[in-house]
Design a binder for this molecule. Structure first.
Ligand code: ATP
Length: 254
């Protein structure tokens, strides 16, 4: 049986020269949860995220995915194991239609061979999957639009579709709401809630109202360390968290 803790980081540390950006972070992400990593500016969220998604190599510490050590794996190795970072691995091609972007993502998962294209039954199956994914992210009526012409929020929805095409067990989202207007934020939040069924999601997110309504569990980082952890009510009521946010002028750059 797979462990209840799908992603487990222990003593995760990253130093840049003499500066410790992340220092001894322990993180446990429970299977099936939506988990957020928050914290004031410079807390080490991005560095931590890059360590977990293998964009950076830790100075020390270990990362286990489904109980297996992935500390030394690269980004494509962990993607094959079911741990996929959205918005990076799933690049969107702006000159292709929405539909073809999803098709290519599915084709990648399928192995990308010549035989693949020759079999019409495989092609029909693929069409069905494209349809399902477009529907899942609310882009069915935009299928023939070039991806580059989509609004910002819909582009993000397309990125989620191309990530879902890989059918990841765990999705890592880097600030999914960054740069969005309120309407898009609500649309993407409900999309994330829908696609979280049967998966685990870890996200770095600055928008605290999104975090409060979407996430089951929140880890607050400050100065490269875990300051608090729990549900939103617990962490937002923690005086250390309030102080950390006030001390650095908040997380929104005001
Ligand atoms: N490549 C690097 N070289 C040197 N220092 C770095 C590097 N990357 C990050 N840092 C430093 O590490 C600290 C943590 O940065 P990080 O970007 O992880 O924080 P963050 O919580 O994501 O901040 P923000 O909310 O502002 O994006 C910062 O002080 C930053 O200047």
């Amino acid at each position: 049986m797979k462990p209840d803790i799908v992603l487990l980081a222990s003593g995760l540390t990253k130093q840049f020269g003499g500066f410790t950006a992340v220092g001894g972070v322990d993180l446990q992400v429970r299977r099936g949860s939506i988990h957020a990593l928050i914290g004031p500016n410079g807390a080490g969220k991005t560095t931590c995220f890059n360590l977990l998604t293998k964009f950076l190599i830790p100075t020390s510490g270990t990362i286990l995915f489904n109980g297996k050590d992935i500390t030394r794996d690269n980004a494509s190795e962990i993607a094959r194991k079911g741990l996929v970072r959205s918005f990076q691995i799933s690049a969107v091609f702006p000159k292709l239609t929405v539909q073809n972007n999803v098709r290519i993502a599915l084709q990648r998962k399928g192995g990308d061979s010549f035989d693949f294209w020759r079999s019409s039954s495989v092609l029909r199956k693929l069409d069905g999957q494209v349809e399902q994914l477009l529907e899942a992210v609310g882009l069915s009526s935009f299928r023939h639009i070039l991806a580059g012409e989509l609004s910002y929020g819909r582009k993000r929805a397309l990125e989620i579709a191309t990530t879902l095409a890989l059918d990841p067990e765990m999705m890592l989202l880097d600030e999914p709401m960054a740069g969005m207007g309120r309407e898009d934020v609500e649309r993407i939040a409900s999309l994330i809630r829908r696609v979280s069924a049967g998966r685990t999601i870890l996200m770095v997110e600055h928008n605290l109202s999104v975090v409060s309504s979407l996430c089951d569990r929140i880890t607050v980082l400050a100065r490269g360390k875990v300051l608090a952890e729990g549900d939103y009510a617990t962490v937002s009521g923690n005086p250390l968290v309030v102080e950390a946010y006030i001390g650095t002028g908040g997380s929104h750059g005001h």
